[in-house]
Write a protein that binds this ligand. Structure first.
Ligand SMILES: Cc1ncc(COP(=O)(O)O)c(C=O)c1O
Length: 469
């Protein structure tokens, strides 16, 4: 490797440090917006026969950073993840330079022990005394693995013989549950139509009577109900289902009870808010995404099981003797608990960040998120051109701009959102509550201050006034 290589590396790191500094100080816009056609013109996308020069390499890096969305900017409220943490960033670099796969202790000795330590800590927090778990590639996959384990528990033959001789299996989620359950039902041979969506109340929580009725109806159709999932933090309203009550129904009908905490799972780190998880101890599995409310870089996602035998017994026995060897390290190999072969080390960034803040630091950060959500809620309630569209239950604030002279509120609010996004000043998303287009503000970056909220609010109003005039 020649010395130029290291000079280039230094130049690139300078660019990266500048980017991080600008992000932290909010001195750049959230996005330099260009539509797809114009963006394509700015980027040099074609890969050529000849290698590029250092100057071109630097140019590609700068262009990438310039036109990407700055999700670490404190005006980014668009998604359920955001923010930037120093240990998370450093850990990603360490993971990249030590580039290994998590299947065996042999090739990932430190990372394996770190992942085991984290799984044990997270099981403890969840109240899964004899629990087990594994890092997966996102909340969607955590939900898939939960449903997969439930399927094999209720119908063990599915592992080797497939689903050819079973009744129709039915799974139950609320109508506010994440779409990944439909994908899971599809992938697992259950069929997306056999995922039954149970009605929710005004708060977006599953109605327990409706759940029981849906199960009874399924039994009457001679089907086999096997899986119920509650949600800890729905994507629109941030609602938490009534886990204790769902757990009773799950026991009564012999179903696997999963809790999808992909969004709200990290709220468990706050002692003040832990009451939301009442009933989690009785669940069979729990999806928890540190890449959302813990501000750890994507992807950092865990599936936890209350029973420590579930994962290994559900997977097909590994016969790959060129990877897994019979020796004293075998019990440490995580590959036997994963549906992946090559698997990235996602545990390091969670571990390092958790150590950096400590339990107490994380608790403070989660509490700060609630304070910020509350602050915005009151700003909205106090302003007569704004309407709160739903109670603020956790970390989403659903609202719209509403004055008497606006006839079509849906298109007006959509317009504000789009102009705001394209201005690059703030980014916030929208969804629908019944037929009403609703601005969905998500607070997931614990470094956001009330001052940042004031800026967001003013940016929103400025655009609304501009359109309304
Ligand atoms: C409730 C819920 N479940 C599952 C997911 C999927 O998680 P991931 O994006 O990590 O696949 C999300 C993502 O936003 C979510 O909010």
């Amino acid at each position: 490797m020649n010395t130029n290589y290291f000079k280039t590396l230094t130049k690139l790191f300078d660019i990266i440090i500048d980017y991080i500094e600008n992000n932290i100080q909010n001195s750049n816009n959230v996005i330099e917006y260009k539509n797809p056609v114009n963006l394509k013109k700015e980027l040099n996308l074609k890969i050529q026969n000849k290698p590029i020069s250092e100057e071109q390499l630097i140019n590609e890096v700068e262009n990438y950073l310039k036109y990407s969305v700055k999700t670490g900017n404190k005006q980014f409220f668009n998604q359920l993840y955001s923010g930037f943490t120093l240990p998370g960033f450093i850990a990603e670099i360490l993971t990249s330079i030590t580039n290994t796969s998590m299947y065996t202790f042999e090739v990932a000795p430190v990372a394996t022990l770190i992942e085991k330590e984290l799984i044990s800590k997270m099981c403890n927090i969840a109240g899964f005394e004899k629990g087990s778990g594994i890092f997966v590639t996102g909340g969607s996959n955590a939900n898939l693995i939960a449903m997969f384990s439930a399927r094999n528990k209720v119908f063990p033959d599915s592992k080797n013989k497939g689903l050819y001789s079973t009744k129709i299996l039915t799974a139950f989620v609320s109508d506010q549950a994440h779409y990944s359950f439909g994908t899971a039902a599809n992938l697992l041979g259950i069929g997306a139509d056999n995922l039954i969506k149970v009605k929710t109340d005004k708060e977006g929580k599953m109605i327990i009577n409706e759940l029981e009725n849906a199960i009874i109806n399924s039994l009457k159709r001679n089907e086999l109900p096997f899986f119920i999932a509650g949600t800890a933090g729905t994507t629109m309203l941030g609602a938490f289902d009534r886990f204790e009550e769902i757990s009773k129904i799950s026991k009564k009908y012999n179903c696997h009870f999963h809790i999808d905490g992909s969004f709200g799972g990290s709220i468990i780190l706050s002692n003040k808010k832990r009451y939301l998880f009442k009933g989690l101890k009785q669940a069979d599995s729990f999806a928890w995404n540190p890449h959302k409310l813990m501000n750890i870089p994507l992807v950092a996602s865990v599936i936890l099981f209350n029973d420590n035998k579930v994962l290994k017994s559900n997977l097909t026995k590994l016969t790959t003797d060129y990877i897994f060897h019979e020796n004293e390290e075998k019990n440490c190999d995580l590959g036997e608990s994963s549906i992946q072969c090559g698997r990235k080390n996602d545990a390091l960034k969670v571990w390092l960040t958790w150590k950096f803040f400590g339990d107490l630091g994380f608790e403070k950060r989660i509490n700060n998120l609630f304070e910020i959500a509350n602050y915005l809620k009151f700003k909205i309630l106090e302003h007569n051109s704004f309407e709160l569209m739903a109670d603020v239950q956790t970390l989403t604030v659903c609202f719209r701009y509403n004055t008497k002279n606006i006839s079509d509120l849906n298109s007006f609010n959509m317009k504000i959102r789009e102009e705001l996004r394209k201005s690059g000043k703030s980014m916030v998303n929208y969804g629908y509550i019944e037929k009403d287009l609703t601005i969905r503000f998500v607070i997931s970056n614990a470094d956001v201050t009330k001052g940042d909220i004031d800026v967001f609010f003013q940016n929103f109003i400025d655009i609304a006034h501009k359109i309304n005039n």
